[in-house]
Design a protein around this ligand. Structure first.
Ligand SMILES: [Zn+2]
Length: 408
């Protein structure tokens, strides 16, 4: 039994604050009340948050753990997305199952230690046949069950996936594997027709979609509007996630807002990837004027569910970084000029969890006792390195404190 006292809840705080006491029993939240109002059961382990920020454990909805930590071998691509795609294709031809497994293990160990409880990874899936990473992923999903809940999405160029019956064949393999379908969608010829085949295949197979959409700064990259139309037409509300949408920031405001209204109506979730977008988008020959991040504030105002996620780590798409979503939050606040950081903590916690099928109310009695406790007093405190340091946060999983000696 764990009593967490004097906690400042960063997400979904009930009335009666500002500080709360929480009691965890058998891995669940047994009771919650304003600080000082809960009787302390004898024998409970007490953790005094001293007014520090407490959030539900993180959900990282967009990663690539099959190709992470390879930048020493691939080199960085100096901001050129298509150069990075080419380099990764050459590198992928050399992959072995053992290499993929050790990369995934390293990424998941990092994510777990920072307080992530759910993680979705794209798997490079360049042709119709399933890649070797799929089986490795299935092993890791079993191995990490109960610590980091894993989901997979295929990542195939639209010119491959949208051809003939390719999408239907990939969808069958994904349904068997319990995974979702994805594609890289950017200004391809016959985009709408190809995307239509992808949506039809997903709807027929009963699987979700998670697409890399409009990852570039050409204003005529407008696949997001097609995605919203198709999601409605195929009855896939709530089952479509779009990452990137960088070009939305380059389009006339009225056009962008119309697209976001359509996304809201179609139940499309939008994921901004601040590190990879800032690195790959905008000029490298001179100081970049464009920032690469999509219109997150306008999306939220339109009623679209908005998430921030990690995307690439230490590969040719983004040569730096790690699996701490607080670092991503920090970059998002800065790049998107978010006036009130506290109002965006849901974008790395409950919003991605809901998009991944776990729409829990995190601080309601009976919810899982999976929390991250910070010494920092509020969201702004997380924007200082000291505020988000490993030594200044405590991860609670299943009602127990996870420390560095906990085997994983
Ligand atoms: Zn990605």
């Amino acid at each position: 039994m764990l009593a967490l006292r004097n906690a400042h809840l960063g997400v979904a705080a009930p009335p009666g604050g500002p500080l709360f006491d929480l009691l965890a029993r058998d891995g669940r939240l047994a009771a919650i009340g304003p600080a000082g109002t809960l009787p302390l059961p004898p024998g409970a382990r007490v953790l005094d948050a001293r007014g520090g920020l407490v959030v539900p454990c993180f959900a990282d909805i967009h990663t690539h753990i099959d190709k992470t930590h390879v930048v020493a071998e691939t080199g960085a691509a100096a901001g050129d997305l298509f150069a990075a795609i080419g380099r990764m294709a050459a590198h992928r031809a050399t992959w072995t199952a053992d290499q993929v497994a050790s990369r995934m293990e390293r990424a998941l160990g990092e994510a777990w230690s920072w307080g992530t409880r759910m993680l979705r990874t794209h798997l490079d899936w360049p042709a119709v046949e399933a890649p070797l990473a799929l089986e490795v992923f299935a092993d890791k999903r079993r191995h990490w069950a109960g610590r980091v809940e894993l989901q997979a999405v295929s990542l195939t160029p639209l010119e491959v996936l949208g051809e003939g019956d390719a999408a239907a064949r990939v969808a069958r393999a994904l349904r068997a594997a319990g995974a979702a379908m994805g594609a890289f969608v950017y200004r391809q010829a016959d985009l709408e027709a190809r995307l239509g085949r992808v949506f039809r295949a997903a709807a027929d197979a009963g699987i979700a979609l998670d697409l890399h959409v409009d990852e570039g700064l050409d204003a005529d990259a407008a696949a997001l509007a097609s995605v919203a139309r198709l999601a409605r037409a195929h009855g896939l509300a709530g089952r479509v996630v779009c990452g990137h949408a960088c070009s939305l920031a380059m389009q006339p405001r009225a056009q962008a807002l119309a697209t976001l209204d359509a996304c809201a109506a179609a139940g499309v979730t939008l994921v901004a990837l601040p590190t990879t977008n800032a690195y790959l988008q905008g000029s490298w020959d001179e100081t970049p004027v464009e920032r690469g991040i999509t219109r997150v504030a306008e999306a939220r105002a339109a009623g679209v569910r908005v998430c921030f996620a990690t995307d690439n780590v230490a590969d040719c798409f983004y040569p730096y970084g790690g699996y701490d979503l607080v670092d991503i939050f920090d970059k998002a606040v800065l790049l998107a000029h978010l006036r009130d950081p506290a109002a965006w903590l849901d974008a790395i916690t409950v919003a991605p969890a809901a998009a991944m099928g776990a729409p829990d109310a995190p601080f309601a009695p009976g919810a899982g006792a999976d929390w991250v406790v910070f010494a920092a007093r509020g969201a702004a405190g997380l924007l200082a390195p000291e505020g988000r340091a490993r030594a200044r946060r405590t991860v609670i999983r299943n009602g127990g404190i996870v420390d560095d000696r906990t085997p994983h």
